[in-house]
Design a protein around this ligand. Structure first.
Ligand SMILES: C[S@@+](CC[C@H](N)C(=O)[O-])C[C@H]1O[C@@H](n2cnc3c(N)ncnc32)[C@H](O)[C@@H]1O
Length: 310
């Protein structure tokens, strides 16, 4: 197994020893994005299609369930039972509210590095947009725990960020990336040394042309715009600015994700690049205010891995 090196202290107002915390405002922003038109367009964009055939009649686990949208979807697709857990109690509260009408859904607080379930409890596990939220203490254990709680032959679906999501500047469709780069450089000059997540959020709150980009802190505590993953070390705290909110995240290269899947005896059945031209157009039709650009299609920010426990 690869060693995860950490070059900056893990704790900040967004990076905790066992994962990320978004804070009250962040959880509200996340819930707004997930339940709103951006989130629902995203839920429809191909990941949902892949899930539909997998979950029918199955015992499903949703790791890092957030506000419970995938739990609802799995229930709607005929799962026999759905268990969801998340480290942030505020998320769990919202997920419980969102699923309160569904008897087969159970939500609780839990840690991806120490899942609150017996061995061989689930037929299918999903872990979507989660690994980049796990601290180095939890990251490798998440893959081991997924393996443990699945039955032999059980399936897992993981959405894992690509290295492009840490090095590309995705802008809104009609924005000039060079102008957005200049805007970012100007804003960075205003960010204090050793900034908090709240301070970075505030600094970039009007940078609406950014769809996704990534920031990290250098050894002197200065925030910089990541242009190449060689500027980052596995396990390093980062911040991902999206149109919905600024996410405190941790960097893991896409190669590290694959190594951890394979060393925990998963077989990779299929990898879905859900950012096809057709999906971009479908997605854009649902959210004309901030359409996705071609960069997003050419360099998808995440891939969906369909794997089986060997
Ligand atoms: C980007 S959100 C994704 C939520 C959900 N999977 C979705 O797609 O809507 C990442 C989630 O991971 C959760 N998380 C972070 N560290 C965790 C940990 N150690 N165990 C469980 N969940 C964790 C966060 O609280 C957050 O809700």
């Amino acid at each position: 197994m690869t060693t995860i090196e950490v070059i900056v202290p893990v704790l900040s107002d967004g990076h905790y020893i066992n994962g990320t915390r978004y804070g009250d405002e962040g959880v509200k922003a996340f819930a707004g994005g997930r339940h709103g038109s951006i989130g629902s367009a995203f839920l429809d964009s191909g990941i949902a299609e892949g899930l539909q055939s997998l979950v029918k009649g199955k015992r499903v686990l949703d790791v890092g369930c957030g506000v419970g949208d995938w739990c609802c979807l799995a229930a709607q697709y005929g799962a026999k039972s759905v268990d969801g857990f998340d480290i942030q109690p505020e998320m769990v509260e919202l997920a419980k509210q969102a699923t309160s009408h569904l008897d087969m859904v159970h939500i609780q607080v839990g840690d991806a590095g120490d899942m609150p379930y017996d061995d061989d409890s689930f037929d299918v596990a999903i872990s979507l947009f989660v690994t980049c939220n796990l601290s180095p203490e939890v990251y490798a254990k998440h893959f081991e725990e997924l393996q443990r709680v699945l039955v032999p032959g059980g399936k897992a679906v993981l959405l894992l960020p690509t290295n492009w999501s840490h090095s590309k500047l995705y802008t809104r469709f009609d924005a000039d990336p060079a102008i957005v780069e200049d805007e970012i450089a100007e804003i960075l000059e205003t960010v204090p040394i050793n900034p908090t997540t709240a301070q970075i959020t505030e600094a970039f709150k009007n940078a609406n042309d950014i769809l996704i980009t990534c920031f990290a802190m250098d050894q002197n505590g200065k925030l910089f715009h990541v242009k190449n993953v060689s500027q980052l070390t596995n396990g390093q705290p980062i911040w991902r600015k999206t149109e919905v909110m600024l996410f405190p995240n941790f960097f893991y290269s896409d190669q590290s994700d694959i190594v951890h899947l394979l060393t925990t005896s998963f077989h990779i059945d299929h990898i879905d690049n859900y950012c096809t031209e057709e999906r971009r157009l479908t997605y854009n039709n649902k959210r004309p205010a901030i359409p996705l650009n071609r960069e997003y299609v050419a360099h998808p920010p995440a891939l969906v891995y369909y794997v089986s426990k060997s």
